[in-house]
Design a protein around this ligand. Structure first.
Ligand SMILES: C[S@@+](CC[C@H](N)C(=O)[O-])C[C@H]1O[C@@H](n2cnc3c(N)ncnc32)[C@H](O)[C@@H]1O
Length: 250
């Protein structure tokens, strides 16, 4: 069966690609890549004679014939998505249509923007006694949200919330979040995290919208709203001397 590699490119820095992702990119004969969200340095890792096709101006109806046509010619086709492909990657519709055309896929994970943001900040988003849940979501926008998943319901959890695709709706998001989080709750605002022109700042929730507007952020921006971003020396049970477990019985 013919097969296509759907590859996660990670947040932007080429050295945050997985070894498996790099392997597929280096072997690609056709690279169909999301140029609006992936820096050109990553596409340049493909061989010089690889056919490179940008998708930012294409529809699914235009992308699919390229993927199917090139794969049926026997070419090694890589469909490159930013971050991790399973998260807001619109891969499901591609996988279904490829299956109908008799094409199998492999999916290679990538580091998502929220992971790159937390690690750049040197922060854990799940601190015992403070917060143990991470919500990966977005504001409604043009795509809309299932009723039970509107931001207000998710904010009521007071978990670490990572808001993708939401910079254009930041004022509304801030208003909703303020109903459940204190105005001082830290919010990391990350623009093109791990890119050469990365901008990343932690501000109180009450300033989330105004700082975004001042900075003119509308794209490639992630918000991490989390009580875990405050300074804390809260200890987990895992490494406490009194906490025995399978690997530490003493
Ligand atoms: C279509 S979604 C894809 C998310 C991607 N699959 C991931 O796992 O990160 C694109 C959104 O992800 C976020 N994003 C992706 N890369 C980013 C980066 N390097 N810095 C900040 N936000 C990023 C932004 O919210 C952007 O609008």
């Amino acid at each position: 069966m013919n097969s296509i590699s759907i590859v996660g490119a990670g947040p932007g820095a080429p050295d945050l690609l997985t070894i498996r992702a790099l392997d597929r990119i280096k072997k690609a004969e056709v690279l169909v890549w999301t140029d609006s969200l992936i820096p050109p340095e990553i596409a340049q890792l493909a061989p010089e004679n690889c056919k490179k096709i940008k998708t930012s101006t294409l529809t699914l109806e235009e992308i699919l014939p390229i993927l199917i046509g090139e794969c049926k010619k026997g070419k090694k086709v890589v469909r490159l998505h930013d971050g991790d492909p399973c998260l807001f990657g619109a891969i499901s519709e591609q996988i279904c249509s490829l299956a109908e055309a008799g094409i199998d896929v492999e999916v290679i994970p990538g580091i998502s923007a929220y992971q790159a943001t937390a690690s750049t900040l040197k922060k854990e988003l799940t601190i015992p006694g403070i917060v143990q849940t991470i919500v990966l979501t977005r504001t409604s926008g043009r795509t809309g949200m299932p009723n039970k998943e509107d931001l207000e319901s998710l904010a009521a959890l007071q978990a670490s919330i990572c808001l993708y695709l939401s910079a254009r709706h930041v004022e509304e998001a801030e208003r909703t979040l303020l109903k459940y989080y204190s105005p001082n709750t830290p919010v990391a605002i990350g623009y093109r995290v791990s890119w050469k022109d990365e901008w990343l700042k932690t501000v109180p929730l009450r300033d989330m919208a105004s700082v975004s507007k001042q900075r003119g952020l509308i794209r490639t921006t992630l918000y991490v709203i989390s009580p875990a971003l405050k300074e804390s020396n809260q200890r987990s049970k895992l490494y406490q001397p009194a906490h025995k477990h399978l690997f530490r019985q003493r």
